[in-house]
Design a binder for this molecule. Structure first.
Ligand SMILES: [Zn+2]
Length: 194
């Protein structure tokens, strides 16, 4: 879904430009507080690191950039809605911070941002992952584009039609997602079914 880039390419520049005009938060909770809680509960080794997050547009669903001192997490503003449950944002933060802990590595000759040990650790620290993925795919599906090779999810420009629409609630999404998981499929693979 969510991509990490340790580079200073055009995308990095585009995002640093965009963050000078971030969207004000419209969520019904403080994203900054959730980020701090995720950091202290699951990533104590990042205690001294300043992690900032921004809601911007024209970016993938979420990504994290390592800068000289700080880290910045960019989240597409389609998530920046009063209808977004806090569990979805906390899941996204866990996913992004995990990229700092489990870096990309080559697998069968190609650099992989999400090696198996990444998904393993995500399963361990994110019991909410199935319902969070389900919520994202069920509610935002019309504007999401899964780009498997690039290991990221892009957001189409029709996000404006969706961001403040009624959304299916988290527990309903979870029920649907669990029904879709066939016996023998590991819960962590639920994302592949949407
Ligand atoms: Zn990722």
């Amino acid at each position: 879904m969510l991509n990490l880039t340790f580079q200073r390419g055009t995308e990095f520049q585009k995002f640093t430009q965009a963050r000078t005009k971030p969207f004000l938060p419209f969520t019904g909770f403080s994203g900054a507080e959730i980020l701090e809680k995720v950091k202290s509960d699951y990533f104590p080794e990042l205690k001294e690191k300043r992690i900032l997050f921004y809601f911007i547009k024209d970016c993938p669903l979420a990504s994290i950039f390592q800068e000289e001192k700080d880290c910045s997490i960019y989240i597409h503003t389609v998530i920046n809605s009063p209808r977004t449950p806090p569990e979805v944002l906390s899941f996204i933060f866990k996913h992004e911070l995990l990229h700092l802990k489990i870096p990309a590595r080559p697998i069968k000759g190609s650099m992989t941002s999400h090696p198996p040990e990444f998904w393993q650790k995500e399963r361990e620290i994110s019991p909410e992952r199935i319902k969070a993925w389900a919520w994202l795919w069920i509610n935002l599906r019309p504007c999401l584009e899964l780009r498997t090779k690039l290991e990221r999810i892009d957001v189409r420009s029709n996000w404006r039609d969706i961001w403040n629409k009624e959304k299916m609630d988290l527990s309903e999404c979870e029920k649907i997602s669990r029904k879709k998981i066939s016996p023998g499929t590991k819960g962590g693979d639920a994302r592949l079914l949407f």
